[in-house]
Design a protein. Structure first.
Length: 436
């Protein structure tokens, strides 16, 4: 094992030996390299005469650029867009994002969390998380309605075992009892269990109520108290897009930080959906856990391992993308602009609820609960979902996503409000066609 990795392991184990136990074999061996990176950093600070360390091309003291490239970039200098960013991410962006995390989750005031490490979007963040924390054969709990890419990342790539529990109760709430039962079963036969929570949820568009969130937090804490190491991953890709009262407005991460030494909370979020910049690919990994001694040393060790994983994977996320997000977050109109787009999304969700209240659809499908995010789902009663999907494409030019035999996912994020009624009327017509 590299001495740098051993040193980080010692820091983590001293602050919280349970978290050290949770690291994957890869995670235990990860470190942030010195070598060229540290020497280049020292040279940047002290080499006032000549600096021949960094693997970028320079011309007259500035980054060498093609005019055809910089002509497409306005308002951001080449030094802030075309050069390498640190593997951790831009320091200013990491700090600003953590400040925003506390602003968006005020109940976390006074609690210590890591500085976020920047990833190439949240999907890459899940993959980095899996490298650091998941070994082959580890159990990951997910609901029976889930984003398909979890399977690709966790099961196919990392060889984890995905166990699923029922998502909804019969009265349309989150099935906390099903989660608790699944967790009890897995905790009885495993020293470590990973629980992945995704709110607003993809594909259902559901976010738990305040009461459900507290129950989930209590279930997780109780399992940790009983002696099982828990890694709880909060996929907050659609954070902030909650459209009803009584629904959890903060991340469930805020309910978990510092609850128990055996409970590590991991927050995965990003600008992708929160700031409507899907192609910029700027995500973040943030850690929260009970730690003895100086929490800053503990979190720094976790950040170094995570940044080392990024370094050994993609080197670093786009400097240009990070600079764009940082510049936007510093804009005085940033919050007002986000509020405007939020209201547009909220009106679309309300329109769907109003349209689907019509009894004419009742014989064709049931509507899964939704109150947030980008999506909602219907459960077909009389026809196969994939057959209907193809029929709607071929005969009506309408595209939806089929999930299993009965479910269709509707991305209302890309629907104009005026198109909602027409969409569901077409789906109903397609159902009637296939019923014959």
């Amino acid at each position: 094992m590299n001495p740098l990795a051993s040193h980080l392991n010692e820091l983590i184990e001293e602050a919280n030996p349970r978290v050290f136990e949770m690291l994957s074999d890869i995670g235990k061996n990860l470190f942030f390299p010195k070598g060229i990176l540290s020497q280049s950093a020292e040279a940047k600070e002290k080499a006032h005469r000549l600096n021949a360390t960094i693997g970028i091309a320079k011309e007259k003291g500035r980054p060498m650029v093609l005019q055809s490239i910089v002509d497409s970039i306005t308002g951001i200098m080449p030094e802030e867009s075309l050069t390498y960013a640190p593997s951790y991410g831009l320091p200013e962006l990491r700090s600003v994002w953590r400040d925003a995390l506390f602003k968006k989750n005020p109940s976390m005031e006074g609690r210590a969390v890591s500085l976020p490490v920047v990833t190439n979007g949240i999907t890459h963040g899940i993959s980095v998380f899996a490298d650091v924390w998941i070994d082959p054969g580890d159990v990951v709990l997910l609901p029976d309605m889930m984003w398909g890419n979890y399977n690709m990342i966790l099961s196919v790539r990392k060889k984890a075992v995905i166990r699923q529990y029922n998502l909804f109760t019969e009265d349309g709430g989150y099935d906390v009892d099903a989660l608790a039962e699944s967790l009890r079963h897995e905790a009885a036969i495993n020293d470590k269990v990973t629980v992945l929570l995704n709110f607003p949820q993809n594909p259902s568009g559901y976010t738990v109520t305040e009461e459900e969130a507290e129950r989930i937090a209590d279930v997780l804490t109780g399992t940790a108290q009983d002696g099982t190491n828990l890694v709880v991953v909060c996929d907050d890709a659609y954070f902030g897009l909650v459209y009803e009262n009584g629904i959890l407005r903060e991340s469930i991460f805020s309910r978990l930080v510092g609850r128990h030494e055996r409970l590590l909370a991991v927050k995965l979020d990003g600008a992708t959906k929160e700031d409507y910049v899907w192609g910029l690919r700027v995500g973040f990994i943030t850690y929260g856990c009970e730690a003895g001694g100086d929490p800053a040393l503990f979190y720094d060790a976790l950040e170094r391992k995570t940044a080392g994983c990024v370094r050994g994977n993609i080197s670093n996320a786009s400097h240009l993308s990070q600079s764009i997000v940082l510049k936007a977050m510093r804009d005085p109109d940033y919050e007002a602009q986000k509020k405007e787009k939020y209201e547009l999304m909220r009106r679309r969700a309300e329109k769907i609820k109003a349209v689907l209240a019509d009894e004419k659809y009742a014989s064709a499908w049931d509507v899964y609960p939704f109150n947030s995010g980008y999506f909602m789902c219907i459960r077909l009663k009389t026809v196969d979902a994939e057959r209907l999907r193809i029929h709607l494409l071929d005969e009506y030019g309408v595209g939806l996503i089929a999930l299993g035999e009965t479910d269709l996912r509707v991305a209302f994020s890309c629907l104009e409000e005026d198109d909602v009624q027409a969409l569901f009327d077409i789906v109903l017509a397609g159902v009637r066609d296939l019923e014959g």
